[in-house]
Design a binder for this molecule. Structure first.
Ligand code: ADP
Ligand code: MG
Length: 237
């Protein structure tokens, strides 16, 4: 279980203090899928980055299975079983796909196991296992490899910030299947996608740095503003 208590994040911009997150408290239970949604700039990425330890909260506490991790470094949180998939995939020069998957699962996997991870994300293992992670891979391929890494990691908590970004050539159905298949872990997904919102156990609607509504998608739906044109959305939207 992950608990967030009275979390705030303030920045000073042009001598003015800006509250990005305002006294956010949330409880995330194991085995459930939480989808955080809300307008661009509402603080979604900031919130999940604070949970991972990429950003540090100005105030408040984070408890993981009862242990206070508010001041723990990223790698310590990762060792405890919290994992984060980036909004934009990262390339690792000189490494092959199989190396990355073996590193992620902390062991040398046999071909069949690697094959399972890759086929779940819609990649044919024999074509990809020995592929170097370089700029010859498309954004969509990298995104899927990153999802395969998440599967290989088998973390207790998986955090995804807009996983749909860059998978335009691949169906959302596959993405939702992956989330459904990650049932043993606690999954926190930032997303605007209806298909992902629909499969959430709990939808959290953030607005202006505050939790506006929380519940099943059907209950939250009327409060969600129509999606902004994706072309107008910033890279971090
Ligand atoms: N370090 C920072 N300094 C100044 N402004 C920031 C900083 N981090 C985030 N912000 C601002 O906080 C708001 C929320 O950002 P973000 O969490 O990325 O929103 P979302 O992911 O919901 O689109 C945005 O207006 C963003 O510009
Ligand atoms: Mg964001």
């Amino acid at each position: 279980m992950l608990e967030i208590k009275n979390l705030s994040f303030d920045v000073v911009e042009d001598n003015n203090e800006k509250d990005i997150l305002k006294n956010v408290s949330l409880t995330f239970e194991n085995g459930k899928l939480y989808v955080i949604t809300g307008p661009n700039g509402s603080g979604k990425s900031t919130l999940v980055k604070i949970i991972m330890g990429i950003k540090k909260a100005s105030a408040g506490k984070i408890l993981f299975n009862g242990k206070d991790i508010t001041n723990e470094e990223i790698f310590k949180r990762a060792n405890m079983g919290i994992s984060y998939a980036f909004q934009q995939p990262v390339t690792f020069k000189g490494l092959k796909v199989k190396d990355l998957l073996n590193i992620a699962s902390n062991k040398t996997n046999d071909f069949n196991t690697l094959c399972n991870f890759l086929s779940t994300v819609g990649l044919c293992a024999k074509d990809y296992i020995n592929r170097p992670l370089d700029d010859k891979l498309s954004g969509g391929e990298l995104k899927r490899i990153e999802l395969a890494m998440v599967l290989a990691r088998k973390s207790k908590v998986n955090i995804f910030d807009e996983p749909e970004a860059g998978i335009d050539l691949w169906s959302f159905d596959n993405l939702t299947k992956i989330f459904k298949g990650l049932k043993d872990s606690l999954n926190i997904v930032v997303s605007h996608q209806t298909k992902i919102l629909e499969i959430a156990d709990v939808v959290i609607l953030l607005k202006d740095g505050k939790v506006e509504k929380i519940g099943k998608y059907e209950e939250i739906k009327p409060y969600i503003e129509p999606a902004t044109c994706s072309k107008l959305r910033g890279v971090n939207g």
